[in-house]
Design a protein around this ligand. Structure first.
Ligand code: C2E
Ligand code: CA
Ligand code: CA
Ligand code: CA
Length: 279
């Protein structure tokens, strides 16, 4: 493949392998998906382990393809990231999530913070702070009700600009979380440099906490570390009462996972906001 320009690639007949053809096909469909409104956000509750109540919601993108059905973000976000399509998609996600949280607020529910996943390209190559500011201005959502989930490895890449961008967002009053915590390589001294509010323990450590002593010890250590640094700690991938109880007993602040609720449509999540606590 010979690069012609930003978005133009020319493929010579001989090198168009099936894998490349599949990816091109997916990319073209994804371009159409944005226009054709095939993308939607689903929302998964994050539960406050003290009260058992919904504390916030993570927005997770879904692609409903008319012929292929639901396509998982794991199958198209990496491609969108590589091709740059993540920029318009990411902007749409931020705007839609803010508008949804504002709608919940206006419906008179308790204030629900909305968490949005940010991709590496959005953090490193876009004007993320400006995009977020525009979304907040246009929807009227208070900045403290917007949370951005940024992975540990993203923060460690391009550190200077990452730190600067995160400080801009922090100054606006946006809440910042470190996603997939424990899977990257942020050292403690680095962690202190980032103006984050919350550590999100990766689900790979949570899976076996009830049966694996090492995982249990790691999760306890991350909770202590977070609290020493004055950060809130949430565990993701919580699927059982045993896991939830372990986290509650070890003073983890929040939990998220199928045990408390799967990602659901905005309508279904709105109904959830009226149902009683599960702990
Ligand atoms: P993530 O941010 O780590 O999100 C957590 C994933 O775990 C989600 O998968 C969620 O549905 C799933 N999950 C939640 N609870 C449980 C549980 O109890 N057990 C198990 N096994 N899984 C659980 P999903 O929705 O397929 O998203 C996958 C990844 O795609 C996300 O991982 C995130 O990296 C990315 N992603 C999703 N939406 C967006 C988006 O709007 N923008 C960007 N940049 N990335 C997104
Ligand atoms: Ca996330
Ligand atoms: Ca995660
Ligand atoms: Ca992940």
């Amino acid at each position: 493949a010979k690069e012609l320009g930003r978005d133009n690639y020319q493929y010579y007949a001989g090198v168009l392998t099936p894998a490349v053809a599949d990816r091109l096909d997916l990319m073209n469909k994804l371009r159409i998906a944005i226009e054709a409104r095939q993308l939607a956000l689903h929302y998964q509750p994050k539960i406050d382990l003290l009260s058992g109540r919904i504390h916030s919601a993570e927005a997770l993108i879904r692609w409903q393809h008319p012929a292929q059905g639901m396509i998982s973000p794991a199958d198209f976000i990496p491609l969108a990231e590589e091709t740059g399509l993540i920029m318009p998609i990411g902007e749409w996600v931020i705007h839609t999530a803010c508008a949804q949280a504002m709608q919940w607020l206006m419906l008179g529910h308790q204030p629900i913070r909305i968490a949005v996943n940010i991709s590496p390209r959005q953090l490193h190559h876009g004007d993320l702070a400006q995009i977020v500011k525009t979304a907040l201005d246009e929807t009227g959502l208070p900045p403290s009700l917007l949370e951005l989930e940024i992975t540990e490895s993203m923060m460690m890449h391009n550190m200077e600009t990452s730190i600067a961008t995160l400080h801009q967002l922090k100054a606006m009053g946006v809440y910042l979380s470190v996603d997939d915590f424990g899977t990257g390589y942020a050292s403690l001294s680095y962690l202190k440099k980032f103006p984050v509010d919350c550590l999100k323990i990766d689900q790979s450590f949570v899976r076996d906490i009830a049966i694996d002593r090492d995982d249990a010890a790691i999760v306890k250590a991350i909770i202590s570390l977070g609290h020493i640094l004055n950060l809130s700690v949430i565990a993701e991938g919580v699927e059982s009462l045993e896991q939830a109880s372990f986290l509650q007993q070890n003073a983890c602040d929040c939990a998220q996972g199928y045990y408390f609720g799967r990602p659901v449509s905005n309508e279904a999540f709105t109904l959830l906001l009226d149902t009683p606590a599960k702990l």
